[in-house]
Structures are given as structure tokens and as C-alpha cells.
Design a protein around this ligand. Structure first.
Ligand SMILES: Cc1cc2nc3c(=O)[nH]c(=O)nc-3n(C[C@H](O)[C@H](O)[C@H](O)COP(=O)(O)O)c2cc1C
Length: 194
């Protein structure tokens, strides 16, 4: 009954970027943005979900999907000249997807990640130094960070953070509606006094 019990796996690998980032640069690094773009086109067709973190010159990517499909994608990613030293640091068989709606979520480097690292005795994001527990803690933190972001209303940084176009539209409508409502209220007050 393989269709009722799909052979799913969740894999985390780490790697080092083969490019350098201009220090003054803000937002998503252009090479990372291109990787995300390809992932968001390809992964839904493969029913693969996951997340990608990039910080201090290292990648940390979680891929989840049907075992053979994930294995094939990992082989393809390994051949990519934009990174090196690829190493699988976590792998688990599962029947329950945790990333079903995430073709590839981007988790930007943030103070939250820095404090988690510091709290666990790491000065920087060097995933080659992390043990299995740290990898699990990071996965949990990334999921939480993303969950909170999905529920935030600010549209300004949503694109960089990987919000869906529908989420961006909803947030934008809220932001546009606020001044209109305030204007109407002000008009009513003014009309009451006139
Ligand atoms: C760190 C890293 C992560 C990547 N993750 C993915 C991914 O999740 N899905 C994907 O299709 N390509 C990913 N890529 C890009 C692939 O290596 C490859 O360039 C891309 O799949 C080619 O897409 P195409 O066959 O549509 O041209 C990643 C590359 C790097 C360096």
C-alpha cells in the first residue's frame, strides 16, 4: 500500500557558498534570490517543500518530499557550482509533511538566529560545528520565525521574506484601507462641527 503510506523523507544539508557578498548589500543576496526563484518554480512540480537559510557564507536547506524525488534533487543541487562542501546533517523518514505549502521558504539571517546561536555557544553561523540537537533547534526556530512572519501585516519586507503573492495582496489592501477609513472618520467629525 505504498500510495496510502508515501515514502517521505525530510533532509537537511549544509554547504558553503562559492560566491562573496558585498558587505553593504541589503535584502536577499542576488545569487540566493536566483536559487530561490528556481526552487519555487521546480519544487512544487516535484511536490517538494522546505526552507533555505543563508548566513555567514553558509547554506542550510531542508528538503521534504518523496524519497526518490528528494534524492534526485539533492544530486542535482550537489552539482551546482554556486556552493561546495555539501553535507547531509539530518535525515528522517516521515509520513506527515511539515512543509506542504512551502515550495521553498527563505529564512533571512536575523537577530533571532544570532541570539539562538549565542545561547548555544556559537559566535557565528558555522553549521559544520553544529551537533544534531542544534540542527533540530534551528529547524524548529526557522519554522517558528516563518510562522510569525506569515502572520505579520507589514507589506514592506514581505517579498524578500518569501510571502505568497496572496499574502502580499491581503497586507497591501489592509495598509491602503487604513488611511481611507481615517479620512472618512475625519470627514464625519468635520461635517459634525460645520
Ligand atoms: C544552496 C542551493 C540550494 C538549491 N535548492 C534548490 C531547490 O530546492 N530546488 C531546485 O530546483 N533547485 C535548487 N537549487 C538550484 C539547482 O542547483 C539548479 O541550479 C536548478 O534546479 C536548475 O533549475 P533548472 O533545471 O530549472 O534550470 C539550489 C542551488 C543551491 C546552490
Amino acid at each position: 500500500m505504498s500510495s496510502a503510506n508515501p515514502d517521505l523523507i525530510r533532509v537537511v544539508y549544509i554547504s558553503r557558498a562559492n560566491f562573496t557578498v558585498a558587505s553593504a548589500e541589503t535584502g536577499v543576496e542576488p545569487t540566493v534570490a536566483r536559487i530561490l526563484q528556481a526552487s519555487r518554480i521546480n519544487n512544487p512540480k516535484l511536490a517538494i517543500g522546505g526552507l533555505l537559510y543563508y548566513g555567514d557564507g553558509c547554506f542550510f536547506q531542508c528538503l521534504e518530499g518523496e524519497r526518490s524525488v528528494v534524492v534526485e534533487l539533492l544530486k542535482k543541487i550537489k552539482r551546482d557550482p554556486r556552493h561546495k562542501d555539501m553535507k547531509v546533517v539530518y535525515q528522517v523518514s516521515t509520513q506527515v509533511r511539515q512543509y506542504s505549502n512551502w515550495s521553498m521558504k527563505y529564512i533571512p539571517a536575523s537577530d533571532r538566529v544570532q541570539s539562538l546561536l549565542a545561547h548555544n555557544g556559537h559566535k557565528r553561523f558555522d553549521p559544520y560545528q553544529f551537533d544534531k540537537e542544534m540542527v533540530k533547534k534551528l529547524l524548529q526556530a526557522f519554522r517558528l520565525i516563518n510562522h510569525e512572519r506569515d502572520h505579520a501585516d507589514e507589506p514592506g519586507s514581505l517579498e524578500a521574506e518569501g510571502a505568497s503573492p496572496a499574502d502580499q495582496r491581503k497586507a497591501l489592501v489592509k495598509w491602503l484601507a487604513a488611511p481611507v477609513v481615517l479620512g472618512l472618520l475625519a470627514g464625519l467629525v468635520w461635517y459634525g462641527y460645520a
